[in-house]
Design a protein around this ligand. Structure first.
Ligand SMILES: NC(=O)C1=CN([C@@H]2O[C@H](COP(=O)(O)OP(=O)(O)OC[C@H]3O[C@@H](n4cnc5c(N)ncnc54)[C@H](O)[C@@H]3O)[C@@H](O)[C@H]2O)C=CC1
Ligand SMILES: O=C(O)[C@H]1O[C@H](OP(=O)(O)OP(=O)(O)OC[C@H]2O[C@@H](n3ccc(=O)[nH]c3=O)[C@H](O)[C@@H]2O)[C@H](O)[C@@H](O)[C@@H]1O
Length: 452
C-alpha cells in the first residue's frame, strides 16, 4: 500500500521503517529540514536499537520530504505521528495535529481515496476534529476527495521501538466505518500474521502469540491510550510508594515486588522501584487524563496520586546522598546516566536531569557520563552546570559518591575496582536498584538502594 507518515520522530520514523520493511511504499514527511536532510543522508536523527541497520536496508525504498504534495496526501493511508506536547493546564496541545490536517486538506487531490489515521496520542474528540478540518478545507477548495479518519494509538516504548512495532501485544483501531478497519487490517497484515522474515538482530524473544487486532469507537481508542499509560505509570508509582514503606520497616522492595508480581493477575512488569518514571509520555499523558477529568468535574485520585508519588520520588536520590554524605555542598558526585531510560537518547522529563539540577543547586560538583545522551544534554540543557566525563570511571574520579540514574548495560558491567581506585569516597546510590549490592559491599562500598 502507499503510506505517508507525517512527523518522523520516535513514533513516525519507527513506524515508517517497519512498514517499509514489511513491503509498503512509504513516504516520510517532517517539517524540520534538518530531520529530512539527515534521513536523506542515511542517518537516522534519533537513537533506537536496530534502527541504523534496518534504515540502511529500507531507505532506498522510502521517500522523504519536508512537505506534503498531492501524491503523498492522497496515499492509501496517511499516519499522523506529530508531537502532542502538554499545554499549561495539562491538556494536549493539538496544534501540530491540526497543522497536519490543514496541510492534508490543502493537498488532497480530487481522485484521492485516503484513510487519515491519528497515531499521535490525542485527547478524545480529536479524530472528529481532524475530520472536520479536512472536510472544511476540501469544501473550501471545492475538492471532492474520499477521506475517512481513524484513531490508531501507538504503544511502543523508546529504546525498544522497532521491537515493539514488529511484535506488538495489540493493534487498537478506533473507526466509525468498516472500510477504515479493513484498510488498517491490510496495512498491518504482515505484523498481525507475523509473516515477515525477522529483521536481523530483531528476532522475537518473548514467544507470545499473534498480536490482537481490536476495534472500537474513535473515542474509546483515544481514551485507551491515556488509560494504558496512566496504568503503567501507576504501577511504577505503586512500587515506589511501597519502596518508601519497605525501607522504613526494614524490608527489601525488590523482594516484595518480585513476590507481588508473580501473581499473574498483577504481572511482574512495571513494578521496578527507583528514581521514578520519566520520558515524554507518562507525565504528559497522566496530566492530560487529569485535565480531561477536570473538564467533566470528575476527580481522578488514582491518576493524581500517580503523579504525586513520582514528583516525590525525584528527591529520593538526593535524600539518600544527604543521608550518606551529610552535607552536599562541596561534595563531588559522579552521575551515571542522563537519559530517562537506557537505549535511548531522549532526555525529556529525565529524572537524572532533575537530580543533576538539584545537586548543582545545592552546591555539589557533578561529573556526568551517559553512553549516548551527553551531546543532547549539552545542546538541550546548556546551563545544567555539570562536567561531562568520557567514561563511567572518569565520572567517578575524586567523587564522594556515585549515583546510578539510568541502568545502561555499560554501568552494569563496570570494573568496580577501577572505580574504587579513582573515587575519594565509597558511597554508591543505586537509583534503579540495578546493581549487585552484595558484590559492592564486598569491595568496601556503602550501597544505598531505593526501598531496600
Ligand atoms: N515517543 C514515544 O515513545 C511515543 C510517543 N507517542 C505519541 O506519538 C506522538 C509523537 O511522539 P514522538 O515520536 O515522540 O514525537 P517527536 O517529537 O519525536 O517527533 C515529532 C515529529 O513531528 C514533526 N512535526 C511536527 N509538526 C509537523 C507537521 N505539521 N508536519 C510534519 N512534521 C511535523 C516534528 O518536526 C518532529 O520531528 C506524540 O503524540 C506522542 O505522545 C506514542 C507512543 C510512544
Ligand atoms: O506513550 C508513550 O510514549 C509510551 O510510554 C511508555 O514508554 P516509554 O516512556 O518510552 O518507556 P518505558 O519503558 O515505559 O519507561 C518509562 C519510564 O518508567 C520507568 N520505569 C519503568 C518500569 C519500571 O518498572 N520502573 C520504572 O521506573 C523507566 O525508567 C522510564 O523512566 C509506555 O511504556 C509505552 O507503551 C507508550 O507507548
Amino acid at each position: 500500500m502507499r503510506v505517508t507518515i507525517i512527523g518522523t520522530g520516535y513514533v513516525g520514523l519507527t513506524t515508517g521503517v517497519a512498514l517499509a520493511y514489511v513491503g509498503h511504499e512509504v513516504t516520510a514527511i517532517d517539517k524540520k529540514e534538518s530531520v529530512i536532510e539527515s534521513l536523506l543522508a542515511g542517518r537516522p536523527p534519533l537513537h533506537e536499537p536496530g534502527l541504523p541497520e534496518l534504515f540502511a536496508e529500507v531507505r532506498r525504498r522510502m521517500r522523504f520530504d519536508v512537505a506534503l504534495g498531492p501524491e503523498t496526501a492522497g496515499a492509501d493511508v496517511v499516519l499522523i505521528c506529530v508531537g502532542t506536547p502538554p499545554q499549561q493546564n495539562g491538556d494536549a496541545d493539538l496544534r501540530y495535529v491540526e497543522e497536519a490536517a490543514r496541510a492534508l486538506a490543502e493537498q488532497l487531490p480530487e481522485d484521492a481515496d485516503t484513510l487519515v489515521v491519528n497515531k499521535s496520542t490525542v485527547p478524545v474528540g480529536s479524530a472528529r476534529r481532524v475530520e472536520a478540518i479536512v472536510r472544511e478545507g476540501l469544501a473550501r477548495r471545492g475538492v471532492r476527495a474520499k477521506v475517512a479518519v481513524a484513531s490508531n494509538p501507538e504503544f511502543l516504548r523508546e529504546g525498544s521501538a522497532l521491537y515493539d512495532t514488529f511484535y506488538p501485544d495489540r493493534i487498537v483501531v478506533g473507526a466509525e466505518d468498516g472500510g477504515a478497519v479493513e484498510r488498517l487490517q491490510r496495512l498491518y497484515r504482515p505484523i498481525l500474521e507475523q509473516s515477515f522474515p525477522p529483521p536481523k538482530g530483531l528476532a522475537r524473544t518473548d514467544g507470545q502469540g499473534l498480536p490482537v487486532f481490536i476495534t472500537m469507537t474513535p473515542t474509546s481508542a483515544e481514551l485507551c491510550k491515556y488509560a494504558a499509560n496512566t496504568f503503567l505509570a501507576m504501577k511504577v508509582s505503586f512500587a515506589n510508594e511501597i519502596a518508601g514503606i519497605a525501607e522504613r520497616v526494614g524490608a527489601d522492595v525488590t523482594e516484595v515486588m518480585r513476590a507481588v508480581g508473580l501473581d499473574r493477575r498483577i504481572g511482574a512488569r512495571y513494578l521496578g522501584a527507583g528514581a521514578g518514571w520519566g520520558g515524554s509520555c507518562f507525565g504528559k499523558d497522566v496530566r492530560a487524563l487529569l485535565a480531561l477529568g477536570e473538564q467533566y468535574g470528575y476527580e481522578m485520585p488514582l491518576a493524581a496520586g500517580t503523579l504525586r508519588v513520582n514528583e516525590r520520588q525525584r528527591r529520593v536520590v538526593v535524600d539518600k546522598l544527604q543521608a550518606a554524605l551529610k552535607v552536599i555542598r562541596g561534595s563531588t558526585v559522579g552521575l551515571w546516566g542522563l537519559t530517562f531510560k537506557p537505549n535511548t537518547d531522549d532526555l525529556r522529563d529525565a529524572p537524572a536531569v532533575d537530580v543533576a539540577k538539584m545537586l548543582v543547586g545545592m552546591g555539589a560538583r557533578v561529573r556526568a557520563y551517559d553512553p549516548v545522551g551527553m551531546e543532547r544534554a549539552r545542546r538541550e540543557h546548556p546551563d545544567l552546570g555539570v562536567e561531562y566525563a568520557a567514561s563511567p570511571v572518569e565520572a567517578a574520579e575524586a567523587a564522594d559518591a556515585v549515583v546510578l540514574m539510568t541502568e545502561w548495560d555499560e554501568f552494569l558491567h563496570v570494573d568496580w575496582q577501577a572505580v574504587a581506585a579513582v573515587m575519594r569516597g565509597r558511597v554508591v546510590v543505586d537509583g534503579r536498584n540495578a546493581l549487585d549490592r552484595a558484590a559492592l559491599e564486598r569491595l568496601g562500598f556503602r550501597y544505598w538502594g531505593i526501598g531496600r
